[in-house]
Design a protein around this ligand. Sequence first.
Ligand code: ZN
Length: 194
Amino acid sequence: MNKSLFLLGGSAWINLVNTTYISEKQIIDILIEPSSTLQWLEENNLLRESDFLTLENEQLLNSLIIELRSLRNLIKMILDDLEQQGKLSLNVTEQLKRLTKQVKVSLTIDSESDKLKLVPEGITTRDHVLYMIIYSVIQTLDTIPTHRIRNCEHPECRLSFVDTSKSGKRRWCSMELCGNRQKAAEFYARKKKK
Ligand SMILES: [Zn+2]
């Protein structure tokens, strides 16, 4: 599996919605396999050391996968809202609030770098993963203009991304996946016309 795909959205919540994608006209779902889900979580830095141990328990991992799928649905609704009206609807905001209420965090002091940092972390693995993803939603909405949260322009691609480029003109989920194949298609289309 192409690991860059796990991260190309630019933020954990966008990367979560990108866990379903189209490859060679088939819909692939990263969250279908426990092993690829774990990889995805790891690549997105959503797990602490203790969480890796916790998720060795198959049952806990499976229930986390169910939570991730349902959060992914909510994120799809968030993206639809942004696309259609540039902001979140009341309904989606309420759902996000309801979910957030169930997430329990505690405060800890991170002393690994020179400075001490006060950081919230989830009580359980589930709390931690959900907290991190919800945090990423709020962080993006708070700091990035909504028109910079977009879909790849390739007609056969459904990946989303946060455009953090200077010019704000990013068109593709990635050059390797879509930019090049689109350019090749355009090239052949032009050639055919001649
Ligand atoms: Zn694409």
